[in-house]
Design a protein around this ligand. Sequence first.
Ligand code: URA
Ligand code: ZN
Length: 392
Amino acid sequence: MSFASKLLVDIHTHVYLPRYTALLRSRTSVPFIRTTSTPEGTPEDRLLILDHEPSGGRPVGAQYWDREEKLKFMDKHGIDVSIVSTANPWLDFLPAPQAQALAFELNEDLEQYCSTAPSPTSHKIKRLYGFGLLPLVPEITTSALVDIVHQIGKLPHLRGLIMGTRGIGKGLDDEALDPVWAAIEKAGLVVFLHPHYGVDVNAWGDKDNGHVLPLALGFPFETTTAATRLILSGIFDKFPSLRLLLAHSGGALPVLSSRLASCIDHDPIVASRLKHDARYYLGKLYLDAVAYGPEELGFASDVISRAHRYKTTSSVVKGAADRSIGSKRMLFGTDHPFFPPLSSTEKWKSVTENLEAIEAVQGWNQEDKDAVRGGNAVSLFKLENSDGPEIL
Ligand code: URA
Ligand code: ZN
């Protein structure tokens, strides 16, 4: 068993880099950071990023921008390596020229953030890698987007890019984005698809449920819709080597995938559009393991495992799915610095719960669990080079 395959790698962990935080502080409408005071009169920074942000926003502090805090959090939870991404809403709210300039600068900033992080003296692990940013906003040109993909591809610590679901205004199934997907596929970058907008706020009713409904349901429903639209657009037929990582274990897509396949089979507009049964494409996805429960992780890995049965036919091969196959496409994450404990605790429940869930999945052996905790990330993000682990 190699050292690298035993690492704990966090692939879902966010930052607002100082340049981005300064932008949020300079603004007075969503997204922004404002300083208020607590009922006891202590000054407090609050983050307002969602439209209709509940509860006057969320408290925000150094955990969101200070690299020392990220490293302390990693040490506290035994996380060896993090693949850090800018948190939502990225550059979505900016005019095209500003988004383009800022994407370029923030990608350079993130490279610097990662490359200058100290390694522990005991073993020379590179601790930080990153997902870059694309200026996915209306009126941006395709060539500007492709240029930024090339920039990210050349920055040695950036191994992918994070994106929301809006594309350049018409969603991710917009054919205008085809040259961008082609460039991403060619550069071998992993796309981390992450929600921000949720669903129509009217779905939540009048009761004050804080952030629970937008985060627990709205976020994963948004990812479900965006990923399904991508599948329906034939993205994996056009770009078969594209590597797409879905936040929050793919939301509701795993549980709805057979229904999706059936609806396609019965729809005259779509039935002949795709090369494969919809369930086949689930096997092309990577899912983070940010689901907080072993049953959900087990189920999602079953759905990935059975995908190969649908490569050539839509007839179901009988027998239980081999969970091990699916475990090779699931990767540990924390969503740090979101979901901090409400009262001070040694470790964050949002981390320990996800680690315990991985440990408890029925049908995953030791090797499968090690893969989900870090081995899969080492391979997916090429954290090893041919002479052995680059991370050592
Ligand atoms: N809340 C957010 O706004 N973003 C996340 O990534 C997680 C929780
Ligand atoms: Zn997140």
